[in-house]
Design a protein around this ligand. Sequence first.
Ligand SMILES: NC(=O)c1ccc[n+]([C@@H]2O[C@H](COP(=O)([O-])OP(=O)(O)OC[C@H]3O[C@@H](n4cnc5c(N)ncnc54)[C@H](O)[C@@H]3O)[C@@H](O)[C@H]2O)c1
Ligand SMILES: Cc1cn([C@H]2C[C@H](O)[C@@H](COP(=O)(O)OP(=O)(O)O[C@H]3O[C@H](CO)[C@@H](O)[C@H](O)[C@H]3O)O2)c(=O)[nH]c1=O
Length: 336
Amino acid sequence: MRVLVTGGAGFIGSNFVRRMLAGAYAGFEDAEVVVLDKLTYAGNRGNLAAVLADPRLRFVQADICDRDAVAGAIAGVGTVVHFAAESHVDRSLLDGDAFVASNIVGSYELLRAALRAEVDRFVLVSTDEVYGETETASWTEDFPLRPNSPYSASKASAELIARSFHRTYGLPVCTARASNTYGPFQFPEKLIPLFVTRLLDGLTVPLYGDGSQVREWIHVDDHCRGIALIAGAGRPGETYNIGGGTEISNADLTKLLLEFLDSDWSQVRFTEDRKGHDRRYSIDCRKIREELGHRPLIAFREGLLDTVRWYADNRHWWEPLKQPGELPLAAMAEPR
Ligand SMILES: NC(=O)c1ccc[n+]([C@@H]2O[C@H](COP(=O)([O-])OP(=O)(O)OC[C@H]3O[C@@H](n4cnc5c(N)ncnc54)[C@H](O)[C@@H]3O)[C@@H](O)[C@H]2O)c1
Ligand SMILES: Cc1cn([C@H]2C[C@H](O)[C@@H](COP(=O)(O)OP(=O)(O)O[C@H]3O[C@H](CO)[C@@H](O)[C@H](O)[C@H]3O)O2)c(=O)[nH]c1=O
């Protein structure tokens, strides 16, 4: 069986490819993997260093908007797992162009190619951010989509196009909406790797607003296992939430990171809030648990501590990725 993994050189995609080639996913033990990745600022061939020499892996550097490249990469593929996207909310607030191109147009191109290639399964990796924000409820899959950032709106747009391909043409699409994901190889722009790498450098960390916003966190291994279960046995046309079950405010998460890194609250700088900042994300994951037997296996505190250790041990990986001054909100952070 051949599996096309778009965005396989990014954070979650590279973890997924390494685990798949290690035989971690039932039904995919003999899979050949084609990685299709443009290698944007967030993509790094080195993320796949452990498996690049594996003869079952083919790496194609191309844009998912490139029709001919996509047609070439998808030939002979049975399952598509579509991770490739612009993924950082703050960047989408500065400039949405790449988000519309990659997340909407690119997803359309892949769906179009998957239809022509008659694939058996197309997993669209979406996000819980498409629901917007919630005060008290935990979202089930049938909650309305109310995305609030250009990023989440672009992801919701891809979902709607995918839905139309299922309804109109019968393309066997499944959609996954996972919560905030953490673990090794995450680009040091998202909260956890940004704060960990800055604290390792002895710098302050920029906490947006009053730090009371709540996110639900899942370890990347638990997220990827959910995606593999959906790829193997998800029902076509269905959407599955994948959550970690740990809700925590950004301020409390920051306290944990300070504790792990022997730092204190004087390292925290409150900054201007993110525009349109969603207050709370929370998902109900009964559907994937009952249908596919998925539940998170990695406890948050242990997973977070392992992740902190990984960044401490892998400075050579993140040191070249530090980009002072590029992000809009980096203006609020001290220069590196
Ligand atoms: N990180 C999270 O917390 C999280 C949570 C839920 C869902 N997701 C979704 O999971 C997917 C992966 O997220 P991530 O955090 O690993 O992202 P990432 O930014 O680390 O990686 C994205 C990858 O996609 C590639 N890419 C981007 N545009 C491309 C294009 N036009 N053509 C080909 N490749 C392209 C990049 O080079 C990179 O390798 C995304 O679809 C994201 O929306 C992320
Ligand atoms: C980068 C940064 C973030 N924050 C806050 C904003 C959020 O409330 C919270 C987490 O921010 P981020 O790490 O950027 O993640 P968030 O915006 O929630 O989005 C993530 O989680 C989503 C899933 O919920 C994914 O779809 C996105 O791809 C992923 O980036 O921390 C800060 O307070 N300071 C910061 O410097």
